[in-house]
Design a protein. Sequence first.
Lengths: 573, 214
Amino acid sequence: MHPGTTTHDTHEVHGHIHPPPEGFVRKYVFSLDHKVIGFQYFITGMLIMLIAGSFALIMRLQLIDPQGALMSHNAYNEMFTLHGTAMVWMVLIPLVTGALGNFAMPLQIGARDVAFPWLNMASFWILPVAALILFSSMLFGGPHAGWTEYPPISLADGTAGALWCVAIFVVGISSTMTGMNFMVTVIKMRAPGMTWTRMPLFTWATFATALMNMVATVALSSATGALFLEHVFNVPFFDATRGGSAVLFEHMFWFYSHPAVYIFVIPAFGVISEVLPTFSRKPIFGYKMIAFSSMAIALLSFTVWAHHMFPSGLAPWLQLPFMILTYAIGIPTGIKMFSWLATLWGGRIHFTSAMLYALGFLITFTFGGITGIFLASVPVDLHEHGTYFVVGHFHYVVAGGAVMGFLAAIPYWYPKATGRMMSERLGQLGFWLFFIGLNGTFFPMHWLGLEGMPRRYASYVEFAKTNPDAVFWNRFETVFAFFMAASIGLLIFNAIWSLKHGKLAGINPWGARTLEWTISSPPPYYNFKKIPEVYGPPYDFGHPMPYRNTDNEIEPYPEYGKVVMPVPAAAGA
Amino acid sequence: MASAAAPYPSGHAAVAARYDAVDEVYRETRDIRLVGFVLFLLSDCILFSAFIFAYVYLRNSAPAWPPFVDGRQLPWFDTSFAAFNSIVLFGSGVTMHFALENWKHLDKATFYRWLIATIVLGLGFLLGQAHEWTGVLHDGVTWPGSAMGASFFTLTGLHGFHVFVGVCYLTILGIQASRGVYTGSKYFGLTAGTLYWHFVDVVWVGLFFLFYIW
């Protein structure tokens, strides 16, 4: 038959409806459902967080004594390398993009799934494999050069270093695929009437993150790929004695890894932008400015990477523009911060645990942002590079920014995800433990760093001779680190306990206004009975919800076969 | 060709009409896949860009180029054969374009002829690359031996891998087409294959300039 003569046969349409998943494996293991994949990311990320977090506690225990209380210097090097690597690539990025993005973004735009459900499943299953590869490197002596694995040192890591490269390469592929998937989902699958400026801000944040994930992560894969080739085939990309350049690795690495910090903090910004208006009962201030700031940060983040490399012998004419661009990225961030503060102004504030985390975020992230401005300045950075000041700054931004945002999202979306509320009492206790623990652990690092205490040292005998107070403050930090650990333990207990004992949530326990709060909790596998229509902005508290065609309780759920799902197959016409 | 009895008129208007004459689900799916595929190509582009950056960086920071290895300066790459091989690859881009156009105009037989020509030219390019690599190795430029060899073999190897994947891809598309997977209005797979093949061509323009002209 001539190819053009086939009429539009109807079996193609029905071929696109995928049936409700059946059986344990299809439902919970190799599930195509974005919500289930979100849970999988959540559980995997939390498990790896327990491992990487216990490494941090072991490091803090080592520093109780200036001699080093626990282990050899080599073992300590291994601990901080694996702590950083696992936390950045296998905890934070999977949690904020994989878990939160997967769960909430398709619900917020009124879609039944992401654009490529099968690819989404593949992205997730890469993560545990990568984690196994990373931790298996400990059997070969472990990587030692820090989470950045700069070449002249990391080349001495042998097999362990090569395994590190493979793990990061592989998890990078997962990030790239997720980024592509989310970008297409946001561009193509929004409900009718949901224009770009009616999108919820978490969706905006996920979109900006997806852009960075897709563009920058490939550069990281190239860097780790080249390092792998150097490890295994001795190809001289980075060995300066054979015509390579170690600084080249820094360029390739930071071209990804600076955007990486925005990859995990921008979704947190998105969560804050959801939580603050909901619990202030007030439209968000400066919706468009917040949305465009996310995009501005995403674009600017590609132009600032060399501020990590000021001491590497970067030419002065390059230092200056990188310094100015790094200052410039503070502008969109500041716009967001002031918009959030203005959202609170005159609102009726409800101090739920999600709101407490969001308010805590405003404090700790601002503090981390300000020390970031210090470090962007070339002379200050040359002085502070490689000290505890950098560690303090980084952890204020990551634990005080990305993790706080993530922790705000857990009680916020838990009712939607499970149908039950988390315990508020435990949640608020958890917040105070985390907030106090975070400040107690990382705040003293600033003045220890200013006094010149170097990071990544397993013992600080010499430093303690000239700065006797360092011993006290290191012990102080160690004690408070356990507050944070207790808070995470409490969160896990709360999440499990509330599955059975939490109050029933209903459709919209918070009185929030984005689309995910118009469907039942937990949502059915196809999310929306009918795809809703959007006719207004998402945060106009005090007005009726701007959606037509939403689910209501009287109408029965449609039968299988009446719901059109996105195409799960990878191949075909 | 077009007679009054033909079920479809020929010409671009007819192609456009057929392209639009699909059900809603297929139209949305096609849009989604098109955006996704373009984004995939964009990320692939970054992969090449990163290694091109590495090559430019290493070349600019080297004291001499071509670099010295064991006191001997390495030779430049031979432009003339690479130019010939480039023409083979660019020619395959032209044939692929004709293949897709003929499919859109419902001329299945001509489509197969051009598709096979594309696959043959792609394989020819790979053979040419094998010849090129032998020559370069013979000149003493090796993968682990120097920054020049590292960049050259990594980048052309990555590109050659893409060409190899493309040849397999086009072969699969040909088999799918012969089994009736694609129709005159539903042929997104062929569009994607063509986009991929053109992308591989365009990357080669950059690589040819960097290694043989610069």
